[in-house]
Design a protein around this ligand. Structure first.
Ligand SMILES: NC(=O)C1=CN([C@@H]2O[C@H](COP(=O)(O)OP(=O)(O)OC[C@H]3O[C@@H](n4cnc5c(N)ncnc54)[C@H](OP(=O)(O)O)[C@@H]3O)[C@@H](O)[C@H]2O)C=CC1
Ligand SMILES: Nc1nc(O)c(N)c(N[C@@H]2O[C@H](COP(=O)(O)O)[C@@H](O)[C@H]2O)n1
Length: 225
């Protein structure tokens, strides 16, 4: 029981947006920050994203460095951490890059409302976990993935999943690279969307680190209880 250590890693514009109003992947990080992200991936047991990110970006979530993949293999691990998608209605395509690129286990977490034919189809290429009735229950999901050995979980967004995780009290640390650009837009996704907190509910943070990287800054925050 319990849950893994959970951290969110994200890149955002100076005005707090993680993508533009087109909701497609935007290069915010430079090479150094992408490499830092790759090291975080390689050091995690699993990487998790929401279905919104899969539909928008079609990420592979693989470890890009050959050296890091080799080090994982030497340590008796799969080349890539487990890749997890939160997808209540099983909307992910079997042709998604998460399934096609790189070796390693894939998990799709669906709700009871997912069509059973699609769940069966996904069962051929991934482990399907059911948690929640209409929407994925994130608290139950964390417990289930902890039970299968995930101790360190990297969450790579997007905005709605970040909200779900933070508002459920499931996040320990947040790392944000703030890039030197402005995106604007009332509909552009921010680091954390969802319904938002009231003033009393806001979550206080402890700044662990602030480092200038290329033309931006990396901020590492710990969430306070
Ligand atoms: N700059 C960066 O670092 C990053 C940017 N992005 C950007 O973020 C955007 C995507 O974000 P967004 O559209 O918010 O999508 P998300 O990736 O956050 O996925 C959200 C979806 O997850 C599903 N979900 C299921 N259960 C839950 C739950 N309990 N809580 C929250 N979500 C749940 C919902 O779909 P359903 O009901 O169907 O299950 C929901 O719509 C894209 O524009 C992408 O480019 C993404 C990652 C990193
Ligand atoms: N750290 C970071 N910086 C950026 O500038 C970004 N746009 C992102 N996006 C994330 O990276 C995923 C792509 O992963 P693959 O290269 O396909 O493995 C994307 O889906 C976002 O999660 N991250």
């Amino acid at each position: 029981m319990g849950r893994p250590f959970v951290f969110i890693n994200s890149a955002m514009s100076a005005d707090g947006k993680i993508s533009t109003r087109e909701r497609k992947q935007v290069r915010i990080s430079g090479d150094i920050d992408f490499d830092r992200m790759d090291a975080l991936r390689a050091g995690s047991d699993a990487i998790m994203v929401g279905i919104g990110t899969v539909l928008a970006d079609d990420p592979s979530l693989t470890v890009k460095s050959e050296k890091r993949r080799a080090e994982r293999k030497q340590a008796g691990l799969e080349e890539n951490p487990i890749r997890i998608v939160i997808d209540s209605k099983a909307r992910i395509s079997p042709d998604a890059d998460i399934f096609k690129k790189g070796k390693g286990r894939r998990i799709v977490i669906v709700s009871e409302s997912a069509p059973s034919s699609k769940v069966r189809e996904l069962g051929d290429i991934a482990t399907v976990i059911v948690a929640g009735r209409d929407k994925v229950d994130l608290v139950a999901s964390m417990s289930k993935i902890r039970d299968i050995g995930v101790r360190r979980l990297m969450v790579e967004g997007g905005a709605t999943l970040n909200w779900g995780m933070v508002s459920s009290g499931l996040v320990d640390e947040i790392y944000t690279f703030v890039g030197n650009l402005l995106m604007g837009g009332i509909t552009s996704p921010t680091l954390i969307d969802g319904e938002g907190f009231t003033e009393e509910e806001t979550i206080k943070l402890d700044l662990m680190e602030a480092e200038k990287i290329e033309e931006g800054v990396l901020l590492k925050w710990k969430l306070l209880p």
